[in-house]
Design a protein around this ligand. Structure first.
Ligand code: GLY
Length: 373
């Protein structure tokens, strides 16, 4: 059932960043009746529009606390998507299609960190699951529980609509220049709007979800960009049913045959924009190795973006160095997967009741200051 719009007139929670995390948290808060305002600099740079939309804690080979967080989020995704779809009236494009990780040898397959959660495939099994797979792969792991969502074309739009329906206010083209505080208590943010007008918005409750740019506002945060280049091809509908997650390249087939191909992982690139011949050749070589026939499919789009990475590649969630400022940043390769649990944890943490012990334990695992030194 769709939630009713927030009617309270409290000072809104400010969401600093209009990407996937910002929208997901705004949506969860608004569902709980909170007044929310989202400040967004440039929609197109949000990693939520760049990612391939894999829901892949097992295919990504996660381990430890990050695997636990990813599995928790994966469990919640059907319910989370149903809420967004009910609130927006739009489909999110969830596709529980399973993901296959191919390997050159069975020995490599058997030592994959998440092998216990997968179904072991031999060459015949690979050909059955992925007709047309390249000849270099002799073994595989099928993770039926992993899947994908059409983040670029559907999820982001549905979330935005759901937020609007619930009364969330948006300020587009607004850049947060500075976090203002008094004795480590957040007091406001200084912003510049699209007309270069600078003003201060007072607030004692905000969530920093500025993706790869988060450390520009709070230099203590160990968040840095990892550039990814991507492309898409138009394949025949149903040519590929499952995602193929190869080393260095993955192929994500949408319902209509669009094949999303990712992604380079460029730590040295910093915030350097643009496509590079080297990056594009790497993706072409990956396509050729994984699904040779796809090399002939017509190209559709090419794009790039910046993953927000941290030293252990896990997100920063909850408390920050400033009282009143919560964090939801640094989701690196797993932002789409982790959006559901991030929204749950942050909205609970901002509610009058606070988190339950289980949620609190998860937030502790992803504190911003866990790195020591
Ligand atoms: N989630 C895959 C990537 O970041 O490339």
């Amino acid at each position: 059932m769709a939630a009713t719009p927030a009617t309270n007139t409290d000072t809104p929670v400010l969401i600093l960043g209009g990407g996937l995390m910002g929208l997901a948290i705004a949506h969860a808060l608004a569902r709980g009746g909170r007044a929310v305002e989202v400040l967004s600099r440039r929609r197109s740079e949000a990693a939520g529009f760049v990612a391939a939309g894999m829901l892949a804690p097992h295919a990504e080979g996660l381990s430890g606390a990050l695997l636990q967080l990813g599995q928790r989020s994966l469990e919640r995704i059907p319910g989370w998507v149903a809420q967004i779809e009910a609130d927006s009236g739009l489909s999110c494009g969830l596709r529980p299609c399973g993901i296959v990780v191919p390997f050159a040898t069975a020995a490599e397959r058997d030592v994959y960190p998440t092998a216990p959660w997968g179904e072991a495939l031999d060459r015949d099994g690979l050909e059955r699951e992925l007709p047309g797979i390249g000849p270099g792969w002799q073994a595989g792991l099928l993770f039926r529980q992993d899947g994908q969502i059409d983040n670029r074309r559907q999820l982001m739009r549905a979330l935005e609509r759901a937020c609007v329906e619930l009364g969330v206010r948006f300020q587009e083209g607004v850049e947060v220049l500075e976090l203002l505080h008094n004795n480590h208590q957040l007091t406001g943010v200084r912003v510049r709007d699209a007309a270069a007008h600078v003003e201060t918005l007072q607030t004692e409750a905000a969530v920093l979800c500025s993706g790869a740019w988060s450390a520009q506002l709070l230099p203590e945060l160990p968040v840095f960009p990892v550039k990814g280049q991507m492309l898409s091809l138009q394949g025949p509908r149903e040519a590929l049913q499952r995602v193929i997650f190869g080393p260095g390249t993955y192929l994500v087939p949408r319902e209509d045959g669009l094949l999303v191909v990712g992604a380079t992982s460029e730590r040295e690139a910093g915030f350097t924009e643009g496509l590079t011949p080297f990056g594009q050749r790497q993706l072409q070589a990956g396509i050729e190795a994984l699904l040779p026939e796809a090399s002939q499919w017509p190209p559709m789009e090419r794009w790039w973006g910046f993953r927000p990475c941290t030293p252990d590649e896990g997100p920063l969630l909850g408390a920050s160095p400033l009282n009143g400022l919560q964090l939801a940043a640094g989701h690196h390769r797993n932002g789409v997967l982790l959006a559901a649990i991030t929204a749950e944890l942050l909205s609970a943490n901002l509610s009058p009741e606070g988190c339950n012990p289980d949620q609190q334990a998860l937030l502790e695992l992803f504190r911003w200051d866990r790195f020591g030194g």
